[in-house]
Design a protein around this ligand. Structure first.
Ligand code: SF4
Length: 314
């Protein structure tokens, strides 16, 4: 079974690496999610050589950029060293499929760390602005196709399933490329056609155009990954999903096609307002399991990530 490589903030795994010498262990991540991934623990602050415990740091607005500095004067600047650490974190994991990070951290947060301002009197003052943490910002800028989420967002069912979908799809891509270096990208594209069409038919056309350029080595893989990431974060639309399901049923054997069409009809009879989210796929996969439609459970459209995660009662 595929296990995506993901970074997880070390303090969420229970490691005592925080500035105050404590941790922020998440039971959900440690007890229920971690086992499904190839977990790479990462603490950017310790990775940059900071001690435990250490002086607190903060994001600080500089004229041309945001820096990461110690809160207490003389506000030592750790920006360059953390940029280098983030670069290493990217290059050392070329098959990274996700990052689960600690919220509100000046290094790891997704989008909720306050930015302070350095006043003429040498003190830091509070502003209303918020941002991703310094390390996470660097990752978002350089590998925007990698899904990222914090420990609070991952408690939300929809956001959690979106992260799984994205992360496992990337992992399948890397695995296919590993097994078939020459033809893997085309194979991945073909196998994921239904899923990607269900999420965004328009972007799928652009992705198909990019497929040729990357397959012929005229563009790097990231050229393809960028649009793939946009598709995997597209808003869910149930009409598109039904159209992709109908299309997929055409290539099935007669008995499976009939069973799938029965499932589609039963879903279409239900109130469509409830199918506003990716949980549509979860419900679909449950039905496919109930109907014992073997073969379909290996199709990414119907089983986009590990079934244990899909059915877990979190
Ligand atoms: S939030 Fe990030 S930088 Fe802070 S202790 Fe946790 S892993 Fe380390």
């Amino acid at each position: 079974m595929i296990k995506p490589n993901i970074y997880i903030s070390s303090c969420l795994l229970g490691e005592m690496v925080r500035y105050d010498g404590n941790h922020k262990r998440s039971d959900l991540i440690v007890n229920q999610l971690q086992q499904h991934f190839n977990t790479l623990s990462i603490c950017p602050e310790v990775g940059c050589g900071m001690a435990v415990p250490r002086p607190p740091i903060s994001l600080v607005q500089a004229p041309a950029s945001i820096e990461i500095r110690e809160v207490a004067p003389p506000h030592r600047d750790h920006s360059s060293v953390m940029r280098r650490f983030a670069d290493d974190a990217i290059t050392s994991q070329p098959q990274l499929c996700g990052f689960i990070s600690k919220s509100k951290s000046p290094s790891c947060a997704q989008d909720d760390t306050p930015i302070k301002r350095l006043e003429l009197n040498g003190q830091l003052s509070t502003t209303r602005a918020i941002s991703a943490g310094f390390f996470t910002r660097w990752l978002k800028e350089h590998i925007p196709f990698v899904p990222m989420i914090d420990e609070r967002q991952i408690e939300q069912q929809e956001e959690r399933h979106r992260f799984f979908l994205h992360s496992f799809t990337l992992a399948r891509l890397y695995e296919t490329l590993k097994q078939q270096p020459d033809n893997g990208l085309r194979l991945f594209h073909h196998r994921h056609r239904g899923l990607l069409l269900a999420l965004s038919p328009n972007l799928f056309k652009e992705l198909s155009a990019r497929l040729e350029l990357v397959s012929q080595a005229k563009q790097p893989l990231n050229f393809y990954l960028k649009v793939l990431g946009q598709i995997l974060t597209s808003p869910f639309n149930v009409e598109q999903a039904f159209a992709a399901l109908e299309k997929s049923s055409e290539s099935l054997q007669t008995s499976q096609r009939s069973a799938l069409r029965l499932i589609i009809r039963s879903l279409q009879r239900q109130d469509r307002d409830q199918w506003i989210s990716l949980l549509f796929f979860q419900h679909l996969a449950t039905l496919i399991n109930q109907f014992k439609l073997e073969g379909l459970t290996e199709t990414p459209l119907f089983m986009p990530y590990s079934s244990e995660l899909l059915l877990a009662d979190i």
